[in-house]
Ligand binder design. Structure first.
Ligand code: HEC
Length: 480
């Protein structure tokens, strides 16, 4: 009797053992669900530590048997290709982890491409051949501290902002002493003195616009900060006659040092557009009672235009033009169509180029092509009804910053192309638009400093603001 039980037990164990091992393949090993760990513990055994394809296909060679687009890669991870030996991961990886895995695969692919590619790393004054023009880079001003933005004065001088809080002139390669009396800034993290621009009627009215991070003033908001916009005039090297154009209520100030946005665009009809980043509080981007995570539109004197989309909507700020933005740090008006274009610094993956239109929701953080910096997912959703898609997204991120449409005549084949800067990837890119599509992208140079901003100079040169090393330089044509 005892023997029979033992035999039965053995049989049961054998059956269950076999079933168990069938069911157990694959089993998710990772406890920590950061995407790099998930990959290392579950995929690297077959695909190689660097995705180079140990036992099976490489994921960094740009060859995709099951389709090259994000959706196809996500599908093969989810469903597997079991007859070929690729296990399905649905049920073990959540949809948002599968999205994070796609971002991770894209990052590794880009790293491999960059190791193989020859992108120009120009030394000053050396000709660089690009697709349309040969140019050289020439320093315009050095001895700056984290320069942020530039404005061109009619007399040939420039104004430059430095993030720690100074506004200076650049004249003939020399950098002036700071203009006295400019606003006191909260210089912390990404905040400080940021944008500078001249009113379109500057020649007659003398207005200079500045944006800066301001500290909150009472206990509740002691460590808080928010972006403020002012205008003033410069007389005898002093900032005078300051007027507030935009200052949010104190209760809305947010602690932390990230995501202040900040560029200015004036249109032909007396409006000023400017973005404010979500200040690291991503849900605020969807909250219309708060200023952060929005593009705003005001009259150039700060009044609210009556045709703004949220005028009269209860609990909404009337200055809001569009919302659902993370950290737009590039804003430019198309020289022909007048449309407003913006670049938005994304999370890890998911930097965006957007066409900014009245009243629309750009989706952050409900939809995004990126994941958290620590490799954990944000969401699996990259699109959703009622939320705007970017015109383009960069995954992996390039750390996109300022942008400018080229409007000069020194580089005729670049006319109206969109120049895009990148901090982490240290790039200047040239984008060709066809209507609302990007039809060409070229990296003009790389790895010579963080590229903070770009501007189309009235003299036809392309001006570039670098951080680390801090300087302003310009692209000049070289005759071929
Ligand atoms: C047991 C081995 C094994 C493991 C573990 C594995 N894969 Fe695969 N994977 C394969 C094989 C084999 C193929 C190729 C199938 C083919 O050639 O048809 C493949 C194909 C793929 C493809 C499609 C490649 C293409 O060319 O289209 C992707 C994407 C992929 N795997 C991702 C992953 C990810 C992400 C993980 C971890 C979550 C993973 N794989 C884990 C074996 C594995």
């Amino acid at each position: 009797m005892r023997e029979m039980v033992q035999i039965m037990l053995k049989g049961l164990l054998a059956t269950f053992g076999l079933l168990g091992s069938l069911l157990a393949a694959p089993q998710l090993a990772a406890q920590n669900r950061e995407v790099g760990r998930l990959y290392a513990e579950n995929c690297a055994g077959c695909h190689g530590r660097d995705l180079e394809g140990g036992q099976t296909s490489s994921m960094v060679d740009d060859v995709w048997k099951y389709g090259a687009d994000d959706a196809s890669i996500a599908r093969v991870i989810r469903e597997g290709a079991e007859s070929e030996g690729m296990p399905p991961w649905k049920g073990m990886l959540s949809e948002s982890e599968i999205r994070a895995m796609v971002v991770f695969i894209r990052e590794k692919g880009e790293q491999a491409r960059q190791r193989a590619a020859k992108v120009p790393k120009p030394l000053d004054d050396q000709p660089v051949r690009s697709r349309e023009h040969t140019f050289r880079l020439r320093s315009v001003a050095e001895n700056l501290a984290t320069p942020w933005s530039l404005a061109f004065l009619p007399d040939g001088r420039m104004l430059v902002t430095e993030l720690p809080g100074n506004l200076r002139f650049i004249e003939g390669g020399k950098v002036s002493a700071p203009v006295a009396g400019t606003p006191r800034v909260r210089a912390q993290g990404q905040g400080g003195l940021m944008e500078v621009a001249l009113h379109p009627g500057y020649a007659t009215n003398g207005w200079v616009y500045l944006s800066f991070a301001e500290a909150g003033a009472n206990d509740q908001t002691r460590d808080g900060g928010m972006t403020v916009v002012v205008r003033g005039r410069i007389r005898d090297h002093r900032w005078v006659e300051e007027q507030t154009i935009f200052r949010a209520p104190l209760w809305s100030y947010r602690p932390g040092g990230v995501h202040f946005g900040s560029r200015f665009v004036f249109d032909d009809t007396g409006h000023l557009f400017f973005p404010i980043g979500e200040r690291g509080h991503m849900q605020d981007a969807q909250d219309l009672s708060r200023p952060n995570g929005k593009v705003h539109r005001l009259f150039d004197d700060g009044r609210i235009p009556p045709d703004n989309p949220f005028v009269g909507v209860s609990n909404a700020m009337a200055s809001i033009w569009s919302y659902g933005h993370r950290n737009p740090q590039g804003l430019a008006r198309h020289p022909v169509t007048g449309e407003l274009w913006s670049t938005e610094h994304g999370p890890r993956g998911g930097d965006e180029l957007n066409l900014v239109r009245k009243g629309l929701n750009y989706g952050w953080p409900i939809i995004t092509y990126g994941m958290n910096y620590n490799g954990t997912p944000i969401t699996s959703l990259t699109e959703k009804e009622g939320l705007e898609q970017p015109v383009l997204h960069w995954t992996p991120s390039i750390a996109v910053c300022g942008i400018a449409f080229y409007q000069g005549d020194k580089f005729p084949r670049w006319k109206h192309h969109l120049f895009v800067t990148a901090l982490a990837q240290e790039e200047l890119r040239r984008l060709v638009l066809d209507g609302h599509r990007v039809v060409e992208q070229e990296v003009l140079f790389k790895n010579i400093g963080r590229v903070r901003h770009v501007a189309s100079g009235p003299d036809g040169f392309v001006y570039v603001v670098f951080n680390k090393p801090d300087r302003v330089a310009r692209l000049e044509p070289v005759s071929e």
